[in-house]
Every structure is written in C-alpha cells, then in structure tokens.
Design a protein around this ligand. Structure first.
Ligand SMILES: Cc1cc2nc3c(=O)[nH]c(=O)nc-3n(C[C@H](O)[C@H](O)[C@H](O)COP(=O)(O)OP(=O)(O)OC[C@H]3O[C@@H](n4cnc5c(N)ncnc54)[C@H](O)[C@@H]3O)c2cc1C
Length: 457
C-alpha cells in the first residue's frame, strides 16, 4: 500500500544565516558560538527544553576538563562557562581542579542545567529558537546541499531557509534528509533510561547486583545493565542508571517506542524488588526521563573517520578541535558486559557487574595524557552546507566508546558552530573551511585547543 502526499505550498518561510537542528548542549553550543561571531541563528528542538540526554535523559554527569597528568586544562569554552554558571547556583560538584573531577566526574542537577541553558540562549538576541518543534524534511535539489528545512509544531508546518545547517539531532536526521551516506554499527551501544529517586538512603547498605540476581526469576524485567548512580548536587536525591534495552536499533521509530516502555518496566521491577526486600523503606521514584537515553544511532560517513587505534595512540590531527580523557567505554549490545580502556593504560571488562578481565593495554608505567578529536570526523563527505555535531560522529566502535560523552560532544558542537560561521563568512563549502581558522576562533572563544605534542597525521 502506498500513500502519495499531495504537493503543499508552505507560506511561512523564515530565514537565518545558520540553522541548528537539535538543542542538546551540542546544538545549543553550536548556536551560541555562531551567534557570538555575529550570525543570525535559528535553533530547533523537538522537546520542551534544551539539553538532550543531559536534561531530558536525566544524565547529570560530565567528565574531567584536565589531562591525565593533571597538568593541563584541556577542555574550556562553553563547557567551562556552563559549569561556572551552575556553580553559582550550587548545582554542580567540583570541576576546577583535576583532583575534584578525575575520579568521580562532574555531577550536576539536570533541572538547573535546563534553566541555565534557557538563560544562555536568551542572552543572544540573534538566536531565534523553537521548542516543541520537530524537523521533518530537507528541501534541496543537490545531495549534500540543504536549501531549507521543513519544521512542524502546533502552528503547523513551516520552513527555514539558511546558508548553513548544523545537524545536532543525535540521529543524523538532517544528513539523512540531505541524501548524505550514513552507516550503522553492527554492535551499537544499547539505550538506557535513568531514574531519579528520593530517600535512597533508607535502603541502607546492600549489594544491588546480588539482590537483582535473587529476584531475577520472580521479576524477569529487572535490569541487566552496568549499574551506576550519582548524588545530585544541592538535593538529597540520587540518579540511577542501569537499565539496558538489548539489541535495539535506536534509529528505528518503533524500536525506540518499545525501548521506552521496556526500560521503564525495568525501573518498575527495581521498585518492586526494593518494596519486597525492604518493606520499611521510604524510597520513592521522583522522576523518569522524558526520553530514553540513546547512546548510539546512525553515524555519518565523513571526510575523516576517527579510529580507535589513532585515538588510543594520542594521534594529533592538523584539524584537532577537541580533546578528551574519558575512557573507551563500550556497553555490550546483547549482554550485560561493559569494557573500559582507561587512559591510565588499564583495560577492565565486567560481566554481571563482576570484574572478569583486567589487563594493560599500554606498557607498564605509561599513560595517555589525552586524545584528540578531528573536525573532519564531523563533516559529511559530499556535504556542501551541512556539518554534524554529536553522537552521529564518524568514529569506529572503539573511538566512539570514548568520544560519545558530553564534554567531548560539547566541543564538537562549538567547532561545528564556528565552522558553519566560517563557511558563511568566507562563502565557501563546509569542507573548504580553513581548520586553522576554526581552531583560532575556538581558542579566541576560550576553548582549549592545544598544540601538537606528537606526530601530525
Ligand atoms: C544512560 C546514558 C548515560 C550516559 N552517561 C553519560 C555520562 O555519564 N556522561 C556523559 O558525558 N555522557 C554520557 N552518556 C552519553 C551522552 O549522554 C550522549 O552521547 C550525548 O548526550 C549525545 O549528545 P547529542 O547531542 O549527540 O544527542 P542528544 O543528547 O540525544 O541530543 C539530540 C537532540 O536533538 C533533538 N532532536 C532529535 N530529533 C529532532 C527533530 N526531529 N527535530 C528537532 N530536534 C530533534 C533531541 O530532542 C535532542 O535534544 C550517556 C548516555 C546515556 C544514554
């Protein structure tokens, strides 16, 4: 059966220099960097708030801004600026020194981040934003060139024409619409719904994994993920992550609908378990995410795929636009395993929350101070006026396991915003932007783009 959509004239057409699709921190930071350089920006987000997984997904954890030698700050820019703003509201744990953040990460209150992202966007008069608005299709006649995008919200359908577009949709929706080639991992990382709890302390000391195994046959929906939790600064609450929906294709609409319900049933089973085991406890479930947290969907095919071996060799790229220290962290697609390649040189594999393998991937005594992220891994091959930023980055399984975290993707967002502005300013295609100029502009905006220590690629 087929349905042909009749031709439709769109009469509401807005224009901008740059249009950003997707308003997680990645997209907001792209919009803000372009706006600070003087561009007129339209920012589109389908949720009712900015922040993506960090707000809608309740994941209030960023990672260290310092290198592994604790010598140098390697991440600055809007990540630092946002943390500083959250600090003024008592909504973040320590992040200014390596000692505060290297071990346990930087924890923040997702709701306060929501408020602060609103303020950040509002401070830029040249950003016009649409929340509760979905990008639906691309208008363009040539592969890789987007003339306009069609958006939908409660006012109906309308269009945005722009010179350059940033795809920060997570799922590479704009790139897909522009006919640009995408690829899928054969072992994509699974989605997870987090949950926020009050009165976790009334449970007392217990071994969660043992409890889950004890109740598994009674409560088959109990989660099998790698469990971690964090306190939420300024509140008595806990955020818990540990659900895992196995074998889910997160770029498929129906699969993701099922994943929403499956992950929530895992949280429900967890509550049932605690009620049975500790009848006197006062644990209460106080929020669920408004969208399941997606770790991995489709990836772009770029001008420069980032490979795990290069990443873990600390390869410096001429077009490096960001740095990170978060380990390669790969969650099993079809089981409860997780493997970490830490930059300290240790590799750990856990199964059922138990350490099953520990070895060195670096010679004894060596560490990798940080790795680098190239701009070319964000630029789709054949793109004329489209750049991506976010988890659709062109990175192989190992490299993606590391770069996928937010402090890294925030830097990609900033770089995409700057590159988009430069393409506009120089009237060139996105792949012709001069990466040295991008790097210079990033540094001018307080990013920490450091000079090569090792061989250039
Ligand atoms: C459970 C879980 C735990 C994690 N833990 C951590 C952690 O501790 N620390 C860390 O740094 N990272 C963590 N990650 C990884 C990290 O959160 C993600 O990789 C990252 O948030 C992806 O950022 P993104 O901007 O690419 O995508 P997203 O955050 O998914 O943002 C995409 C945005 O685009 C919007 N969008 C999508 N489609 C449309 C459309 N059609 N129109 C308009 N807007 C649209 C979405 O609503 C969303 O706001 C975790 C991920 C998960 C799932």
């Amino acid at each position: 059966m087929e349905i042909i959509i009749p031709e439709e004239k769109i009469t509401k057409v807005l224009s901008a220099d740059i249009c950003v699709i997707g308003g997680s921190c990645t997209g907001v930071f792209a919009a803000v960097r372009a706006a600070r350089l003087g561009a007129k920006v339209i920012l589109v987000e389908k949720a009712n708030r900015f922040g993506g997984v960090a707000t809608c997904g309740l994941v209030g954890m960023w990672h260290s801004l310092f290198d592994m030698e604790c010598q140098k700050q390697i991440i600055g820019g809007l990540t630092y600026e946002m943390l500083d703003r959250l600090d003024k509201r008592g909504a973040v744990s320590g992040f200014r020194t390596p000692a505060e953040s290297l071990e346990y990460g930087i924890r923040f209150n997702s709701e306060e981040l929501t408020l602060e992202l609103d303020e950040l966007v509002l401070e830029h008069e040249n950003i016009r934003f649409f929340l509760n608005t979905s990008f639906s299709r691309v208008i363009g006649e040539e592969t890789g060139r987007v003339d306009a995008v069609i958006l939908e919200n409660k006012s109906g359908r309308f269009a945005v024409k722009a010179d350059v577009f940033v795809d920060a949709s997570g799922d590479a929706l704009l790139c897909r619409g522009a006919g640009l080639p995408l690829w899928k991992s054969d072992k994509p990382q699974p989605p997870t719904s987090c949950a926020r709890f009050s009165n976790w302390n009334t449970l007392g000391q217990h071994d969660l994994k043992e409890l889950v195994e004890k109740y598994r046959s009674e409560l088959p929906d109990l989660p099998c993920g790698y469990f971690w939790s964090m306190d939420i600064p300024g509140t008595p609450d806990m955020m818990f992550a540990g659900t895992r929906v196995l074998n889910c294709d997160c770029s498929d609409g129906e699969a993701i609908s099922n994943a929403e319900v499956t992950a929530r049933r895992q949280i429900r089973a967890l509550m049932d378990m605690y009620r049975r085991e500790f009848p006197e406890n006062r644990l209460s479930l106080n929020s669920l995410p408004s969208a399941v947290g997606i770790r991995e969907g489709d990836h772009i095919t770029s001008c420069g795929k980032l490979c795990g071996d290069e990443l873990l060799a600390g390869t410096y790229f001429d077009d490096t636009i960001g740095h990170g220290t978060y380990p390669v962290d790969v969650h099993g697609t079809d089981d409860d395993s997780i493997t970490f390649w830490r930059l300290s040189g240790d590799k750990f594999t856990y199964h059922a929350q138990k350490l099953v393998c520990q070895e060195r991937w670096l010679p004894e005594g060596e560490i990798l101070p940080h790795y680098n992220i190239p701009l070319s891994s964000l630029i789709p091959a054949d793109a004329v006026n489209v750049i991506s930023a976010g988890r659709m980055i062109d990175a192989d399984r190992k490299a993606f396991g590391a770069v996928r975290v937010m402090v890294n993707l925030n830097q990609c967002g900033e770089a995409a915003g700057v590159a988009a502005w430069l393409a506009l300013h120089r009237q060139c295609s996105i792949s012709q932007t001069d990466h040295n100029e991008v790097r210079q502009l990033l540094n001018n905006g307080s990013s920490c783009i450091i000079e090569p220590k090792e061989t250039s690629k």
